[in-house]
Structure formats: structure tokens, C-alpha cells
Design a protein around this ligand. Structure first.
Ligand code: B12
Length: 155
């Protein structure tokens, strides 16, 4: 099996084909899917963010890195979700109005599904005044929404 550094590299360089290829091989070799996310892809995205902050990367690089991460997550997501169980609760999730970052949200949604929750994904850029699907508005309880990633950097 290939060195898993190739996965971080593929995300960092925005090589979706390579990210998918390395993920496929790693999964076939029995590597824990969550380890691929937490130990390789998330740190690579953090480095992408650092490069963006230092003006080494710009929005196009963010986009192609995000595309590479998504290509890999497409293979991983089904492994995080468990089927056939009665859901223990229903959760609505979305990113708040103005926020288009959905990779983290999608990951959390997959983990919640894997943990036995029914997830209603409201998508991105969700306004508080949006008309919620009936399955959400009829459900008592809270809905986790998420603002744009970390707090602004101190300048
Ligand atoms: C990829 C990316 C993009 C992509 C997003 C593609 C996509 N489909 O998601 C694109 C290019 C579209 C983008 C655009 C912009 N981005 Co951007 N982006 C990133 C980047 C590099 C990675 C984000 C990511 O996916 N990380 C990987 C995931 C797995 O991590 P995560 O999102 O943090 O999620 C984890 C946790 O937060 C948590 N979590 C997430 N959601 C939820 C929900 C619940 C309920 C719970 C419990 C937990 C949870 O669990 C997740 C798994 O561990 C970050 C840098 C960074 N270091 O994060 C900047 C970053 C978030 N972006 C930033 C900026 C400034 C922008 C733009 C304004 C740039 C511009 N000038 O246009 C636009 C804003 C667009 C908008 N309106 O939202 C800033 C945000 C600064 C701030 N604090 O507001 C960051 C931090 C970069 C930086 N250092 O300056 N971006």
C-alpha cells in the first residue's frame, strides 16, 4: 500500500484523482477510515488554511483542495454511516446564512448517522427565516447549525 502521506499531499495539491486512488487503496488494506480523515485529510486542510492566511494560497487553491477532500470523503462517508437501525433521535444540521463551508458539516452529519441519529441536512447558507422541511419543524429540540469555521484571527 502507498504511503499515506500521499493522501495529505493530494489534498494539499488539490489532486482529487490521487486522493481518491490513495483512499481506495488504504481502505482496501484495512486502514481505519476515521484515521484517514483525522490524521491525514484534516491536517492537510489546516495547512491549506495556513497557506491561505500567508497569501501562499488563494480561493482557487482552497476550492481544488476542498474538491480533493470531497473526492476521498465520498468513499469514506458510507463507511461512517450504519444502516438498518431504528434512529435514536433526529438531528437537523446546516451551515448558517453566509457560510458555504460544508466539508466539516458533511463529516459531522456522517458521524451522527453512524452513531444512530437520523440526520436532516439543511445544506449550506441556511437563513433563520428559511421554511424548514416539515420533518424539522415538527421536531422538538435543538438544531445544530454552524458558523464559519474558527473565530477571526487576531490582527
Ligand atoms: C476549504 C475552505 C474553503 C472552501 C469551502 C469548500 C466547501 N465546500 O466546504 C471555499 C473555497 C468555498 C472557501 C471559501 C471561503 N473561505 Co474558506 N476555508 C476553507 C479551509 C481551507 C478548510 C475548511 C475545511 O473544510 N476544513 C476541514 C473540515 C473537516 O474541518 P472543519 O470545517 O473545521 O470541521 C470540523 C469541526 O469544525 C467540526 N464541525 C464542523 N461543523 C460542525 C457542526 C457541528 C454541529 C459540530 C458539533 C461540529 C462541527 O467537526 C469537523 C470535523 O472535525 C479553511 C481553513 C481551515 N483551517 O479550516 C478556510 C476558512 C474557513 N475560510 C475562510 C475564509 C475567509 C473564506 C472566504 C471568506 C474566502 C474569500 N475571500 O472568499 C470564503 C467564504 C465563503 C462563504 N461565504 O462561506 C477562513 C474563515 C475565517 C473566519 N474565521 O471567518 C478560513 C479559516 C481560512 C483562513 N485561515 O483565513 N473556503
Amino acid at each position: 500500500m502507498q504511503d499515506l502521506k500521499a493522501l495529505s499531499e493530494a489534498v494539499l495539491c488539490g489532486d482529487a484523482k490521487k486522493a481518491r486512488e490513495v483512499t481506495e487503496q488504504a481502505l482496501a488494506a484495512g486502514v481505519d477510515p476515521l484515521a484517514l480523515v483525522n490524521e491525514h485529510m484534516v491536517p492537510a486542510m489546516a495547512e491549506v488554511g495556513r497557506r491561505y492566511e500567508c497569501n501562499e494560497y488563494f480561493v482557487p487553491e482552497l476550492l481544488i483542495s476542498a474538491r480533493a477532500m470531497k473526492a476521498s470523503l465520498e468513499l469514506i462517508r458510507p463507511l461512517l454511516t450504519a444502516g438498518g437501525r431504528q434512529p435514536m433521535a433526529r438531528v437537523a444540521i446546516g451551515t448558517v446564512k453566509g457560510d458555504l463551508h460544508d466539508i466539516g458539516k458533511n463529516l459531522v452529519a456522517a458521524m451522527l448517522e453512524g452513531g444512530g441519529f437520523e440526520v436532516i441536512d439543511l445544506g449550506v447558507n441556511v437563513s433563520p427565516s428559511s421554511s424548514w422541511p416539515p420533518s424539522v419543524s415538527k421536531t422538538p429540540g435543538s438544531s445544530p447549525c454552524r458558523p464559519s469555521s474558527p473565530p477571526p484571527c487576531p490582527r
